[in-house]
Design a protein around this ligand. Structure first.
Ligand SMILES: [Zn+2]
Ligand SMILES: [Zn+2]
Length: 410
């Protein structure tokens, strides 16, 4: 059987429902040579089934690199608009010419709009600057996507809108969140100047951090250059994911199951400057009651803050064996202004967090300062397995104190 015949057999199998079809297809692809890259491209070049285009697109979305192969697949999918959802998954790797082609199709052909909506959404997330020339683009999320890096006039007009009482249509808080999501120096400066105009100091802190600053230091809220991060086999990179854990760790205050190792970044292998290796922990139970884990890792000792602690269970892992994280430059260095969808988001290292809901950064229990964002990872099927979390874990790090803290959203 050829790859496309196998893919057709899987999506047509009456014994497999919805996501089980996707899981079986992922399993098939990951068993092929080169982890299914060539088989995936073959499927996208030949399929006429929108489910195959979508599932294989999702598979390639969590497969690193291979921009030439992804480009070839997307060029073909553009010719078959009903399959274009698959191309939406490949946007981070596509050439500007191909992306502009999708935008032109969307703008010029009313009949294609429904098919291309998800491609435009994805371009808005990763390459918002390409949408900016089309001010009246008829897409529900375009205006929100184009906040990232928007010109100073846009920030000024949002600030004016917030100050004027005339506009009753939009929630004033949403207007300020939009201003913060612009994330330019100018937008951050405006947000900073609002300190005395906001009733609740916590609102101002949330907005400053969302805009890319920290309220109590000159430090930025993240590190650059921002990277997309991909799960890979153990040893593929120096950044370690999952695997077994020893020593004292936070424990779940409901069921007492110990937290496990989630991620350790290797400072020397990062594209930005840290003095220590940030290490993060998360809970393996499914109580859903814990929303953070804060620890200090220094001189081989782990200190647990805030909640109960106990010995780790070396038998528990969040991943199938120890995996690693490979990095690629994020196409949107400003920060994605569209909310994250927990089951669909890509892992990130550096840059600013793409929240499900905007939230404040944790405070370091040692120095008391707001901690910069350093990574986010989510539970998503990939060619090498899955991190067992049902949402996104946001990872913050105080490099001076060697303290890590996580926040969870779903
Ligand atoms: Zn629990
Ligand atoms: Zn600190």
């Amino acid at each position: 059987m050829t790859h496309i015949e196998e893919a057709v057999r899987i999506v047509s199998d009456p014994d497999l429902q919805g996501l089980a079809k996707r899981g079986t297809l992922f399993e098939y692809l990951s068993g092929q040579s080169d982890r299914g890259l060539a088989a995936s491209v073959e499927c996208l070049l030949e399929t006429d089934d929108y489910r195959i285009a979508e599932y294989v697109g999702q598979y390639l979305e969590v497969t690193p690199n291979a921009s030439a192969e992804k480009e070839r697949a997307a060029v073909r999918l553009r010719q078959e608009p009903k399959l274009a959802r698959g191309a939406a998954r490949l946007v981070p790797w596509l050439s500007t010419a191909t992306l502009n082609g999708f935008i032109a199709d969307y703008v010029n052909d009313a009949e294609l709009k429904a098919h291309l909506s998800s491609v435009i959404f994805s371009i808005g997330a990763f390459r918002p600057e390409l949408l900016r020339p089309f001010a009246d683009l008829d897409h529900p999320m375009a205006a929100k996507a184009m906040l990232a890096g928007a010109p100073d006039e846009v920030a000024d007009s949002l600030a004016r809108k917030w100050r004027s009482d005339e506009d009753d249509e939009d929630d004033p808080w949403d207007t300020l969140v939009s201003l913060a999501l612009i994330r330019t120096d100018h937008a951050l400066e405006i947000i900073g100047s609002l300190r005395d105009e906001l009733d609740d100091p916590a609102d101002w802190i949330t907005l400053v951090e969302l805009a890319g600053g920290l309220p109590d230091s000159e430090q930025k809220a993240g590190y650059w250059p921002a990277q997309l991060a991909f799960l890979a086999e153990g040893g593929k990179s120096e950044h370690k994911v999952g695997g077994s854990t020893s020593g004292d760790v936070p424990i779940c205050h409901i069921c007492s199951v110990p937290a496990v190792h989630l991620l350790t970044l290797s400072a020397s292998a990062l594209p930005f400057s840290l003095s220590n290796n940030p290490s993060f922990y998360w809970y393996a139970c499914d109580c859903g009651e814990m929303d953070s884990a804060t620890v200090r890792i220094a001189d081989g000792e782990r200190t647990v803050y805030y909640g109960p602690k106990g010995p780790a269970d070396p038998a528990i892992s969040l991943t199938p064996g120890q995996l690693s994280l490979t990095l690629e430059k994020h196409p949107n260095q400003v920060g994605v202004s569209l909310k994250a969808a927990p089951s669909q988001s890509l892992n990130q290292v550096g840059g600013l967090p793409r929240w499900v809901d905007p939230d404040i950064h944790p405070r370091c229990p040692e120095c008391g300062l707001a901690m910069p964002f350093v990574a986010s990872v989510g539970g998503r099927d990939t060619p090498v397995g899955r991190i067992a979390v049902e949402g996104i874990v946001y990872c913050f790090w105080c490099d001076g104190c060697c303290v890590s803290s996580t926040k969870f959203q779903e």
